[in-house]
Each structure stands twice: as C-alpha cells, then as structure tokens.
Design a protein around this ligand. Structure first.
Ligand code: MEV
Length: 423
C-alpha cells in the first residue's frame, strides 16, 4: 500500500504522529512516548518552536554549554556553545584560560560587506546593455527605497550595483552584482527583497531574469582573530619544539587539502557551536567559510602560524555573515539569552567572538595532535559516556578510569570491567 499522502500539512500534530507511527514503525506506542517526552509543557513555548518550521512533531535537544575565560580585546566573555560533540566546550574553555594569561585574543573586523546578484540572460549588443544599465542605475536603487528606508536609518543599505559580463564562461550570461551593508542584521530577507525589486525594475523584453538571490560567499565580510606570545611563555617541557611542531602542523594544512578539511572542521566545531547558540544560520556560515578556504584555487587552512624572532603568532581570517538582531536571534529565547550573556554584541563584535572561539578550538586540536595525540582526551570522554550509560557511581567511575588509563577504550571492554567490578 502506498505511503504517500495528500494534505499532510493540514493534519493536526497528533494526526501527523499517528500517520507516521502507523506507516513507518512497528512499535507505535514506544515511538509516540519518545516523541511526546520531548514536548515542552509550556504551551506558548512549544507553539513558538512549532511555528519555526513546518510539520513539527516534537523538539530535538542539543546540549548547551558555556566556555568561560575568553579575553577578547581586553574584555572578558563567557561564550555559549550548542554542540553534541564531547570535548569541544572543554577544549575551548581550557584554551581560553591558557591565552587569558598571555594577552588574550586580539581581533579586528576587516570588512562587513554582503553580496547579492541578479542573474540574467541577454543576447544583444553589450554596449547597448551597458548604456541601459547606466541610465537605469539610479532607478534600480530607487525601486528598493521602501525596503531600504529603515536599513538606511541604521546606517546600512545598498552600497553599489555593477553590471558584470560573464559571457566568456556561459553564453549570454550577465549579472547585476549588488553590495550591501546590513549592520546588525544577517540581512538575508532584506537582500533578497532588494534584489527582487531591482530585477523587476531592470526587466526588459530582451533581458531574461533567471534568478535573484544573495550569495553566501562573503569574502568581504571578514574578521581576524590572533593570539601571540613569547615562545618561552608557551610553557611545557620544550616550548621551542612545541612552537615549531605546531607551526609545521598549520603549514601542512596550508598545502594539503586532505588535512586542511579536517583542520577547518575542527575550527568549525567552535564556530558552529556559537552560531547555533546565537540563532544564526550555520549552513550559510559553513558554506561561506569553506568557499573562502578555497579562494586561492586550492582548499587550505583558515588559520595561519608564524614563529619568528622568539614570538609565536597564530591567527584566523574567516568570513562570517551574522546577525544579532532580527530572525531567530529575536524569536528564540535561548538565542536571546546567549546574546545577553555576551553583553548584546553588535554583529561585528559577534564576528570577533566567534572567530576567537574557532581559533581556540583549532589551537586545542593542534596542541593535542602535536603532543599527546587526539585520542588521549577523546578516550576519557568516551569512557565517561559509556560509564554514564551504564549508570556507574562516581566511585565506580574512578576505579574504572584508573584501569583504562593510557588504554584504548572499547564499549565491550568497559562493560566487562564494569560487570567484573559489580560482581
Ligand atoms: C574533531 O571533531 C576535530 C579534529 O579532527 C580537528 C583536527 O584534526 O584538527 C580534532
């Protein structure tokens, strides 16, 4: 029997769950119990979440942690992080503490320009198109005036519109390339509305508009965060050797794409966690960051390191198109709480905080990788997760942790050790 359904969105939440469990599960009661366990008893709050998307049947929890001790441009921050991967918050906190006694993170927002494009086809004479564009340019801006009015009051709006000839790459293909300043809002709706108004005004019989959409590639919405100290202040048994090895690890990620992807994934562990906690769009951030990592023609590290004249310097440069007003940042109570925790930052300040979280994460990963190896920390967390699942007491956890010190942790070995201890 077919499992396709018409008018699904019109069903009530209960009806949707019944349809789902009847058609796709054999253990209906158990599934309904699990789904309902995650409903919020506060009806208004549940309704708020239900309305974010379509066909909502329940909520999906992610842990919300905080990483204290971040000093960014001499100011203290506690950074909220939403992530399911163990070790990420611990690593951010440890590294923040480490750099807090070595001058903290120094950040600068390089630029805040966002981009959108009207893609169109035109078969006629290019000079005639240029003439039409130049005559139209002020009208194109005027066509957006009802949309840009409020943004202009906040100091934002359309920066420029240029005509771009792309016919060398695709026959008859041109663009209107539009640059925007959207201040503290991420600006996706604003940009797309402006582009559609521009396209409507620009349309002509011989101009076929294909689409109008913002770009998530934002190389001119760029932030830099840096840590530095004397090599000897890095601590440990042999700080010089550590600095050298650390620098080599970064240089490898600058030239070797297989390593660079994992290296950058570690950076995004930190960044995505703050993006999620603040109700920003993690898909947009991911897409933009990885595109930027490929801007020189091959994929490479987003962080860089230099050890020179006894100074260790480590920095990140990353595009981050963020919002601290509007969208989910205003709607989701936890996103609002996250922003309050950081003193209600402007979008540029949030760029600086996030870049620092990413840099901290990368520092933690490279420090572990170039010294003890990554599994050392992971094994401890893995062991704790298994022991928690088994319901071990803290005394049992201590005994079993001692037993597994320096050993590889497997689920079956831990269960065996736990059962032995119990007996
Ligand atoms: C794991 O989530 C992230 C790392 O693999 C990053 C890295 O290798 O640099 C540890």
């Amino acid at each position: 029997m077919s499992k396709t359904i018409a008018g699904f969105s019109k069903l009530s939440k209960e009806e949707k769950i019944t349809w789902l469990t009847k058609n796709f599960f054999n253990n209906e009661n158990e599934v309904v119990d699990t789904i309902k366990k995650y409903w919020n008893n506060d009806h208004a709050l549940q309704q708020l979440h239900d309305d974010f998307i379509e066909n909502t049947i329940t909520n999906f929890y992610m842990p919300y942690g905080i990483a204290p001790n971040f000093i960014i441009n001499n100011k203290e921050y506690v950074i909220p992080m939403v992530i399911e991967e163990s070790s990420v918050v611990a690593a951010a906190s440890l590294v923040a503490k480490f750099w807090s006694t070595r001058g903290g993170f120094k950040t600068t927002v390089v630029s805040t320009t966002k981009i959108g494009q009207v893609h169109f086809m035109y078969e006629g004479d290019e000079d005639e198109l240029k003439k039409y564009f130049n005559e139209q340019k002020s009208k194109l801006k005027e066509a957006t005036s009802s949309i840009t009015k409020n943004m202009e009051k906040r100091g934002g709006g359309i920066i420029d519109i240029t005509l771009v000839n792309k016919t060398a790459q695709l026959a008859n293909y041109y663009q209107l390339h539009v640059t925007f300043e959207t201040k503290d809002s991420m600006g996706a709706n604003f940009i797309n509305s402006c582009l559609e108004a521009i396209a409507k005004e620009f349309r002509r019989n011989d101009i076929e508009i294909v689409m109008s959409i913002l770009s998530n590639y934002v190389p001119e919405c760029l932030v830099r965060s840096e840590v530095s100290c004397n090599v000897e202040d890095l601590g440990g048994d042999d700080p010089e050797k550590f600095a050298k090895k650390f620098e080599q690890a970064v240089k490898i990620a600058e030239i070797e794409p297989y390593r660079a992807v994992t290296h950058n994934k570690g950076i995004m562990n930190g960044i995505d966690a703050v993006v999620l906690a603040t109700g920003n769009d993690f898909r947009a951030i991911e897409a933009g960051a990885h595109a930027y990592a490929s801007k020189d023609g091959h994929y490479k590290s987003l962080t860089h390191c230099e050890v020179k004249n006894g100074i260790f310097k480590f920095w990140i440069e990353i595009p981050l198109a963020l919002g601290t007003v509007g969208g989910l940042t205003a709607l989701h109570p936890m996103a609002k709480l996250s922003l309050d925790m950081m003193g209600r930052p402007s979008a540029p300040l949030l760029m600086e905080i996030m870049a620092s979280a990413g840099l901290a994460q990368n520092f933690a990963a490279l420090r572990a990788l170039t010294t003890m190896g990554i599994q050392h920390g992971h094994m401890k967390m893995h062991l704790m997760n298994i022991l928690n699942q088994l319901g071990a007491t803290s005394q049992e956890k201590n005994i079993i942790s001692q037993k597994f010190k320096g050993e590889t942790v497997s689920h079956s070995a831990v269960v065996e050790a736990f059962n032995e201890l119990k007996n």
